[in-house]
Design a protein around this ligand. Structure first.
Ligand SMILES: Cc1cc2nc3c(=O)[nH]c(=O)nc-3n(C[C@H](O)[C@H](O)[C@H](O)COP(=O)(O)O)c2cc1C
Length: 322
């Protein structure tokens, strides 16, 4: 998969506009900081740094799961990131199982307490199966998510956590009214592997059998209903070129988790800003060198060339079983 270079692009760098609408607001880059943490002192520090970076960059920022706030409202400040990012879009996070098993009013209350703009619901059956005290009953999640979206007074985004949401599930969630579906495909953080390494030898051995599990983000995007304009890409994106390719494949915006955690833990908020500025520089350069003034123009057919093998992999991601 590579971009077609245009030696005569006939545009100026100053004409390039990377901004897009996101939840009805304008963001500077089609990029967001994926949901990660909160609830511990290290998590709070990371959230503060990421929020400050999001404010400076003009991009949305996610928190980790707010589940802890159901029992510990004293930790609200770890998630109430508007103090550090008053203008950034703040995305709160909760697991689909907790969503199913919690009174919706309790989540509404948390959303109000931390002034979040949208709730991101994560689905992570793989990780739960390999967690010591993880959930093992995933019945009723589809209807619980649909019912929650139907009544939620705020936008709801639904994501996986690194194995990908298949096209069938994305279509279901979009029809149920999810504002966006974040594919969160494989190629980055593998949570079965992380949980497996935390366990004993046999746990690790069992988890290793899932090393290649899940949908790779790039072909998954090609197989997803991107024409809806409501598909977000994440999972294993590591560079500005990855970001540009995700957008060219039709993602409305793309996110990263681990690279931002690394950049912020090494260099604080400014480390995260520097990392995203590099992504931005690469994206702008790709846009210029492909003659694309906007992210929408980057999605014109033929800007990105794809191999037959890639398209075949994408076609194989259609789930035939309904
Ligand atoms: C340290 C860390 C913590 C995470 N915690 C959450 C979480 O609480 N909720 C969630 O939806 N996803 C969580 N994720 C998953 C990410 O949001 C993302 O979907 C996944 O890591 C793939 O992105 P990446 O390859 O850029 O890391 C976490 C990821 C990392 C690295």
């Amino acid at each position: 998969m590579s971009f077609r270079h245009r030696a005569l692009p006939e545009i100026a760098l100053s004409e390039i506009d990377t901004s897009v609408d996101f939840l009805g607001r304008r963001i500077a880059l089609p990029f967001f900081i994926s949901c990660m943490t909160g609830g511990s002192s290290e998590g709070f520090k990371l959230n503060k740094d990421l929020a400050r970076a999001a404010q400076e960059l003009g991009v949305p920022v996610g928190t980790g799961s707010v589940r802890v706030l159901l029992e510990h409202p004293e930790l609200d400040e770890h998630f109430a990131l508007k103090s550090y990012a008053p203008e950034a879009i703040l995305l709160a996070n909760i697991g689909a199982v907790q969503l199913r098993d919690t009174l919706p009013e309790r989540l509404d209350d948390i959303m109000g307490r931390i002034s979040a703009d949208a709730l991101v619901v994560h689905i992570n059956p793989g990780q739960e199966l390999f967690q010591d005290d993880g959930d093992s009953d995933f019945r009723g999640l589809k209807s619980a998510i649909a019912a929650f979206i139907a009544r939620a007074p705020y936008p709801v985004i639904v994501k996986e956590t690194g194995f990908g949401l298949g096209p069938q599930d994305s279509r279901f969630l979009l029809e149920a009214g999810a504002a966006y579906v974040d594919l969160a495909g494989s190629g980055g953080t593998n949570w079965i592997a992380v949980e497996g390494y935390r366990g004993e030898g046999e746990d690790t051995a069992a988890s290793r059998e899932f090393d290649g599990w899940g949908y790779r983000t790039a072909p998954l995007l090609a197989a997803s209903p991107v024409e809806s304009g409501r598909i977000l890409a994440s999972g294993g994106l590591r560079s500005g070129m990855d970001l540009a390719k995700a957008l060219a494949l039709g993602a409305h915006a793309a996110g990263m988790a681990l690279p931002l955690a690394r950049a912020a833990s090494e260099g604080g908020a400014q480390g995260a800003v520097r990392f995203v500025r590099r992504l931005e520089r690469v994206l702008r350069s790709v846009m210029l060198l492909t003659g694309s003034r906007t992210p929408a123009e980057l999605q014109r057919p033929g800007v990105l060339t794809r191999s037959t093998a890639f398209d075949e992999e994408a076609r194989g991601m259609e789930w035939p079983l309904g």
